[in-house]
Design a protein around this ligand. Structure first.
Ligand code: SAH
Length: 244
C-alpha cells in the first residue's frame, strides 16, 4: 500500500512549482492529473511512471469526483508513490479536502503539498497586488461557479460592499451576473475590475475595465480565467512588470 501526495502544481508557470512538488513528481510511480496542471511537469517523471488524466475544468469534470476519488484509492493499492497533481493549490477550490478524506476513511497515508494558487499569482503577474496599504486591507477568494441569481446562494454578497479585493475563480461564464450583482449591492458602475486569462503563462491575457463594461471587454477571452474586483486593479498602471 502506497502513499498519496495531494500536490499543488502551481498556476501555470512551471518555475512556480515548489521544490517538494518537483521531488515527488520525480519519484512518482503514477501521476493523476487535471487539465489545469502544466503538462511540462509530467516530463519530469521517471521512465515507467504511469499517467492518469482525470480532466477537470472550471468545476465541471469529465470524470465525476467520486470516480476520481476511487481512481486515486485504487492506485494507492497498487503503487508506492502516487501523485495527485492539481492546478494551483489543492485546497483552493481543488476538492483536495474531499480526496484526502476519502483516503483517510480507507486508511491510505497521504500528504498535502500546497501550491501557489492562481488566485494570488495571476493577479501578481498582471501587476495587481491583492492587498495594498491604504487601498485594500484584505482579499477574498470566492467561487464564481454559482450564479448570483440563485435564490439559495451561499455567497454573502452583502459583505462585498467594502473596498477589499474580491477574486472570483470559475466565474467567467457568470461574469455578467456577477458584475450586475455587485452594482446592485451598491458598488459604483465604474468600479475597477480585471479579467486574467491563463495567468503566469506566456499566453496570459489581461483585460481591465469597470463593472459596467468588463463583460463586453472580456468577451471571448479563453479559460482558465479569473476576475479581480477592487481598487488594487488600478495599481497595474505602475506595476505591470510581466511582458511575454
Ligand atoms: N486550485 C486552483 C483553482 C481551481 S478552480 C488554484 O489554486 O489556482 C479553477 C479556476 O481557477 C479556474 O476556473 C480559474 O478561475 C482559476 N485559474 C486556474 N488557473 C488559472 C490561471 N492560470 N489563470 C487564471 N485563472 C486560473
Amino acid at each position: 500500500m502506497g502513499k498519496v501526495y495531494l500536490t499543488g502544481a502551481g498556476p501555470g508557470d512551471m518555475e512556480l512549482l515548489t521544490m517538494k512538488a518537483f521531488r515527488v513528481v520525480k519519484e512518482a510511480d503514477v501521476i493523476i492529473y487535471d487539465r489545469l496542471a502544466n503538462p511540462d511537469i509530467l516530463k519530469e517523471a521517471k521512465s515507467g511512471c504511469e499517467f492518469v488524466y482525470v480532466g477537470k475544468e472550471d468545476g465541471r469534470h469529465i470524470m465525476p469526483q467520486d470516480e476520481i476519488n476511487e481512481t486515486i484509492y485504487q492506485n494507492a493499492l497498487k503503487h508506492d508513490n502516487v501523485v495527485r497533481l492539481k492546478g494551483g493549490d489543492p485546497f483552493v477550490f481543488g476538492r483536495g479536502g474531499e480526496e484526502a478524506a476519502y483516503l483517510f476513511e480507507r486508511d491510505i497515508k497521504f500528504e498535502i503539498i500546497p501550491g501557489i494558487t492562481s488566485a494570488i499569482s495571476a493577479p501578481a503577474y498582471a501587476g495587481i497586488p491583492v492587498t495594498h496599504r491604504g487601498v485594500a486591507v484584505s482579499f477574498r477568494v470566492v467561487t464564481g461557479h454559482e450564479s448570483p441569481n440563485k435564490t439559495t446562494s451561499q455567497i454573502p454578497w452583502n459583505n462585498f460592499k467594502t473596498d477589499d479585493t474580491i477574486i472570483f475563480l470559475m466565474g467567467l461564464h457568470n461574469l455578467p451576473m456577477i458584475s450586475e450583482k455587485l452594482i446592485e449591492i451598491g458598488k459604483p458602475a465604474d468600479y475597477p475590475c480585471a479579467v486574467i486569462s491563463k495567468g503566469t503563462t506566456v499566453d496570459q491575457k489581461v483585460v481591465i475595465g469597470t463593472l459596467s463594461d468588463i463583460t463586453k471587454k472580456a468577451e471571448g477571452i479563453p479559460t482558465p480565467a479569473l476576475i479581480v474586483v477592487g481598487k488594487v486593479v488600478e495599481l497595474r498602471q505602475q506595476l505591470n512588470w510581466f511582458k511575454q
